[in-house]
Design a protein around this ligand. Structure first.
Ligand SMILES: Cc1cc2nc3c(=O)[nH]c(=O)nc-3n(C[C@H](O)[C@H](O)[C@H](O)COP(=O)(O)OP(=O)(O)OC[C@H]3O[C@@H](n4cnc5c(N)ncnc54)[C@H](O)[C@@H]3O)c2cc1C
Length: 479
C-alpha cells in the first residue's frame, strides 16, 4: 500500500517509507510517533485506510489474518493525539482509519458513524440538519472510534463520558468475526471496548446520540478558587446551562488561588438560522501569542490570566452555536518550539474533595521545572459501564497542560510531577486519565484502576493470540 505525504502526516509519522519495514534496510526503517513526539516507534507496516478505499472490511480482515499468522501485533489509531504510545506497537502493524461516513436518523436522534470519522466531519454532517454531537472532546481533530476507546469527556452538561451517549458499536474481533455490542447484546465486550484502548478489537462503526444545535451566550464569573466547586456543581445541574467550564490562575506565587466559571446559556435562534460552525477557535478566545508568552515568564502567566479573567469577558459580545464551540482545532494554541512539547494530564476528583485537590496541587506543581500553562475544569457524570472507568462517581475533571523540555531533565521532572499528582488523587479517592504519558507507576495504576486485572483476563479470552497490543498494554497489563 502506497502512502502520500499527507497520509503519512495524518498518521503522525516522524519518518516513513512506502515499503514494509521488514523488506528494507535499517536506514529506511518505518518509524511513527504520536502527538507527544516522545514515542518514536519502529513498525513493520502502516495500514492506512482512507475514505475512498474499496472494501474496507475485507481488507481489514485480510490484514488481521496475515498479522495473526506470523504473530505480529496490531495497534489501532486515528489522529494519534494520545501521548504514551497507546496507538503504536514496536515492530507491529499500525492501523489508521481516516474514513468520513456519517448517516443521521432524525427520528431516533442518533447517527451511525464510521470509527475513523473525525469530529469536525461529524459536525459538518450534523450541523445542516440542526443537530450537534451530545458529547465529544473540546477539540474536533480526533477520531470517533478513538474517542470511544479512551471514553473521552467534554464540556457539555449534564453528561458522563462519550460512551454514555453511544448506543452500540460494531466490533471486529481478532479472528475477523464482527459483533454488534451494546448494553444489551455482547455487553461485556461493550464494557471492555469502551475506554479499552483498542485492545479487544477494531471498532468499525458506532450508533451515537445527538442533540439539538443551539445558540449560546457566555457568562463569566470570577471567584476565589475555594468557592469554585460548589458554584460549578450548582451551575452544572442548571437546565438553562448546556455547556460549562472553569479555569484557574497559574502564576507560581499565587497558584490556583482564583477561579473563573464560564457558563453558556441558551439564546433564541435568530430569524436567519444559526451561524455556521467555522473552525476558528471560538472557545479559547485567547491569542496564541498571549498563551505562549507564559512559557518561562511569570509575568506572561499574569498577563494571560488578566486577559482571560477581565479583558476577554468585556470583549465577548458574541454568541456562538453549540457546534461552533465544539469545532475547535487542537492546533489553535499549539507549541512551535521544537525543543519543547505540550503535555496533557488529567485528574478526576469528587466535588467534595476538590479543595483538597487544589491544596495538593499548590504544593506540587509550582516546584516543577515544566511550565504549567493551563487547567480547564469540567463536570463528568458517573460512568457505570466501562470496565476501566475513570469516573466511578460524579467528578470534576481537571485537564492540565504543561510545556515540557524535550530532554532527560525535562522527562525526569515530568515523571516526578506525574507520580506526585497521582499519589495526591489516589489519596482523595480520585483517578487519572490514561491517554497521556505512561508515567504512572504500576502500583499507582493498579490502585486507581482496580478492575485492570479482570480487563486483562477478559481481553485474553477474546484475543488469546494477543493480536491487539500497544505500548500501554505492555506497560501495565502484559504480565
Ligand atoms: C489538544 C488535546 C485536547 C484534548 N481534549 C480532550 C478532552 O477535552 N476530553 C478528553 O476526554 N480527552 C481529550 N484529549 C485526549 C484525547 O481524547 C485522546 O488523546 C484521544 O485518543 C484522541 O483521539 P485520537 O483520534 O488522536 O486517538 P488515537 O491516539 O489515534 O487513539 C487512541 C486510542 O484509541 C484506540 N483506537 C483508535 N481507533 C480505534 C478503533 N477503530 N477501534 C478500536 N480502538 C481504536 C487506539 O488504539 C488508542 O488506544 C485531548 C487531547 C489533546 C491532544
Amino acid at each position: 500500500m502506497k502512502m502520500s505525504r499527507r497520509e503519512i502526516l495524518a498518521g503522525g509519522c516522524a519518518l516513513a517509507v512506502q515499503a514494509r519495514a521488514g523488506d528494507v534496510s535499517a536506514q529506511q526503517r518505518l518509524v511513527m510517533n504520536d502527538a507527544s513526539r516522545l514515542n518514536p516507534t519502529p513498525l513493520f507496516r502502516h495500514f492506512y485506510v482512507r475514505s475512498d478505499e474499496a472494501d474496507f472490511v475485507a481488507a481489514l480482515r485480510r490484514e488481521l489474518k496475515e498479522a495473526a499468522a506470523v504473530r505480529r501485533s496490531v495497534a489501532l489509531g486515528a489522529a494519534r493525539h494520545s501521548m504514551g504510545g497507546q496507538s503504536l506497537i514496536r515492530n507491529g502493524v499500525a492501523m489508521t482509519f481516516d474514513i468520513d461516513q456519517c448517516e443521521l436518523d432524525r427520528t431516533a436522534r442518533i447517527y451511525r458513524v464510521h470509527a475513523g470519522t473525525r469530529w469536525h466531519q461529524v459536525i459538518a454532517h450534523l450541523d445542516p440538519a440542526g443537530f450537534s454531537p451530545a458529547v465529544m472532546q473540546s477539540n474536533s481533530d480526533f477520531g470517533v472510534g478513538a474517542t470511544f476507546s479512551v471514553n473521552a469527556h467534554g464540556w457539555p452538561t449534564p453528561y458522563g463520558p462519550f460512551g454514555s451517549t453511544v448506543r452500540s458499536i460494531r466490533l471486529m474481533l481478532a479472528d475477523g468475526t464482527i459483533l454488534t455490542c451494546s448494553r444489551n447484546a455482547n455487553a461485556e465486550l461493550f464494557a471492555l471496548a469502551m475506554g479499552g484502548y483498542g485492545l479487544v478489537g477494531v471498532i468499525l462503526d458506532l450508533e451515537v446520540e445527538m442533540t439539538d444545535n443551539m445558540l449560546l451566550q457566555p457568562r463569566f464569573e470570577a471567584m476565589p478558587a475555594g468557592e469554585f466547586a460548589k458554584r460549578f456543581i450548582a451551575a452544572s445541574h442548571d437546565p438553562a446551562v448546556p455547556m460549562i467550564y472553569g479555569r484557574l490562575n497559574v502564576e507560581r506565587e499565587r497558584f490556583f488561588s482564583e477561579a473563573l466559571l464560564v457558563s453558556w446559556r441558551k439564546e433564541p435562534t435568530p430569524a436567519g438560522g444559526l451561524p455556521p460552525p467555522a473552525r476558528k477557535g471560538a472557545l479559547t478566545g485567547l491569542s496564541r501569542q498571549v498563551y505562549r508568552a507564559q512559557v518561562g515568564r511569570e509575568w506572561g502567566k499574569s498577563l494571560r490570566w488578566h486577559v482571560e479573567r477581565s479583558i476577554a469577558p468585556m470583549l465577548a459580545n458574541g454568541t456562538a452555536s453549540r457546534n461552533r464551540l465544539m469545532n475547535e482545532p487542537a492546533l489553535n494554541l499549539a507549541n512551535r518550539d521544537q525543543r519543547r512539547v505540550d503535555i496533557l494530564h488529567e485528574y478526576f476528583v469528587s466535588p467534595d474533595r476538590f479543595n483538597e485537590f487544589l491544596e495538593g496541587c499548590r504544593r506540587i506543581i509550582p516546584k516543577a521545572i515544566a511550565e504549567f500553562l493551563n487547567v480547564t475544569l469540567r463536570h463528568v457524570k458517573r460512568d457505570p459501564t466501562s470496565m476501566l472507568s475513570f469516573a466511578t462517581t460524579d467528578r470534576i475533571a481537571a485537564v492540565m497542560s504543561f510545556s515540557q523540555r524535550i530532554d532527560a531533565d525535562g522527562e525526569t521532572d515530568m515523571i516526578k510531577v506525574t507520580e506526585a499528582l497521582i499519589d495526591l488523587v489516589g489519596s482523595i479517592g480520585g483517578s487519572f486519565y490514561l491517554p497521556y504519558r505512561l508515567h504512572a507507576r504500576p502500583d499507582q495504576f493498579a490502585r486507581i484502576y482496580p478492575d485492570a486485572q479482570r480487563f486483562s483476563q477478559r481481553k485474553r479470552h477474546y484475543d488469546p493470540g494477543l493480536l491487539f497490543q500497544n505500548t500501554m498494554w505492555n506497560t501495565y497489563f502484559n504480565f
